[in-house]
Design a binder for this molecule. Structure first.
Ligand code: SF4
Length: 459
């Protein structure tokens, strides 16, 4: 059923070197007559497996010998002299992620509809992507070679899904044996080499909560500052992920967890000077509890995991209000439209938008979009799909609609169900924009949602 479920934990076999996908004109790469499709094989005699290797072996070097396999099949040896800090102007192929060999009870791949696009079934477990994008790995199958690379190339920080330090519980959650579940030696090895680790716990009621959670936080706190933070995020169930061993997260469970972790945080703050263990925003929102203040999150170490995102949004919103007070939008009443978001964030956003409307006479409306695609208890904005927005069209009021930018792939305007943004735009009978907070704020300040979108398109 899941196309990568039995993929062995080995790096995929690939052609030698790393392929260049684009060369900036006027760059050193262009001067060297490098072209898209060429492959960098070696730098100063070192084998290049991907662009991290290229970056590592070229860093700080001004005299280089680069072996290239041209797309025509010719082999070139380039002797390069460059100025200190001069960029090559090369873009490379995406890293092909290494696959995990776990069978986690709560694996997000099991929560996808079978028709989801293939990339949603990729069970990536790759220390390179952890370093580059903050993807979590379990470290259960990291090879000696990968460990050496993390240390040698300083791929720090690393993001590690620990889930539980109790080995029986960790092995159960990951669907593997205890020997593989034990990553204490691997974490030690990274920490001794100065690699920083941010840990994650996916909190599953009746499995790794209560005293197991307490032990996990305290065990990891023993490794502070090497392990510098722990994100605790709730299990998410979709209509396809309905394993009877999993218990849904309820508002009451969230309230108890907040109470428990708040006490632990106070102890850790006194000892370490940081809260260290941070609850995901979703836990506060589901509990109906106001998220902590901005100071609680320190330098927001795991914001991409939904930890402190709501507080950060609220702070940005406050800053927007202050700017508007100094310089009100000239044509505020023309800002008559609807912001579509996930049900989890609707109440919080509505309160903010109502304030904006009453202070500056904008006419913005917030509409909650149900996640029918995944179903279950999925309610965050980032997992809404094109079909979900289409189903919410009748809730749109005004002259335009805004969806969160985060629902689109970072490198392509396509949503999780495969619908492209321009297709969705065609289905709406008014202008539809995909905005992150800075774009939204700029639209409000300019007094025109449309003007900004046109500018964005032109850029
Ligand atoms: S949750 Fe992550 S580590 Fe676990 S099986 Fe899925 S992809 Fe692998």
């Amino acid at each position: 059923m899941y196309e990568f479920a039995v993929t062995p934990a080995v790096t995929q076999v690939r052609r030698r070197g790393v392929e260049i996908s684009a060369v900036d004109p006027e760059s050193l790469g262009a001067e060297l007559e490098l072209e898209s499709g060429d492959r960098i094989i070696r730098v100063n005699g070192h084998v290049v497996r991907d662009y991290l290797d290229f970056r590592f072996h070229t860093a700080g070097e001004t005299d280089l010998v680069i072996d290239v396999r041209k797309s025509s099949g010719e082999d070139w040896e380039l002797n390069v002299e460059r100025d200190e800090g001069e960029e090559f102007g090369l873009n490379f192929d995406q890293i092909v992620p290494r696959q995990c060999a776990n069978e986690c009870l709560f694996c997000f791949c099991k929560g996808n509809p079978e028709t989801a696009r293939p990339s949603l079934f990729v069970r990536d477990e790759d220390v390179r992507l952890s370093f580059l994008y903050g993807n979590y790995t379990t470290l259960t199958s990291i090879t000696d070679d990968e460990m050496r690379r993390v240390i040698e190339q300083r791929l720090t920080p690393q993001y590690v899904s620990v889930h539980a330090t109790d080995l029986d519980v960790r092995a159960y959650l990951l669907g593997i044996d205890k020997e593989r579940a034990d990553i204490s030696g691997k974490m030690r090895c990274m920490l001794d080499a100065g690699i920083e680790i941010h840990a994650q716990v996916v909190l599953c009621p009746k499995i790794n909560d209560d005293e197991i959670l307490e032990k996990t936080i305290h065990d990891l706190a023993e490794l502070y500052p090497g392990v510098s933070s722990v994100a605790i995020v709730p299990l998410g169930l979709t209509r396809y992920l309905n394993d009877p061993r999993l218990t849904p997260v309820t508002p009451d469970f969230c309230r108890r967890t907040i109470e428990q972790v708040t006490k632990i945080q106070s102890d850790l703050r006194a000892r370490l000077g940081t809260n260290f263990a941070f609850l995901g925003d979703e836990i506060y929102l589901r509990a109906g509890v106001v998220v902590p203040g901005r100071k609680h999150y320190g330098d927001l170490p795991q914001i991409e995991d939904g930890v402190g995102m709501v507080r950060s949004f609220a702070s940005d919103f406050e800053a927007l209000i202050r700017r508007l007070e100094r310089r009100p939008p000239s044509n505020a009443e023309a800002l008559f439209g609807t912001i579509l978001t996930g049900t989890l964030f609707t109440q919080t956003l509505t309160t903010m938008i109502n304030r904006l409307n009453s202070r500056f006479r904008t006419r913005l409306h917030v509409a909650a979009v149900q996640n029918e695609y995944f179903g279950g208890d999925v309610s965050v904005a980032g997992l809404l799909t094109g079909g979900d927005f289409l189903a919410a069209r009748s809730d749109v009021r005004g002259e335009f609609a805004i969806i969160p930018r985060v629902v689109l792939k970072s490198d392509e305007p396509v949503m999780l169900d495969g619908l492209r943004f321009e297709e969705l735009q065609r289905e709406f009978d008014l202008p539809l924009y995909a905005y992150d907070f800075p774009s939204f704020a700029a639209a409000i300040e300019s007094g025109s949602a449309h003007k900004l979108a046109v500018k964005d398109e032109a850029a």
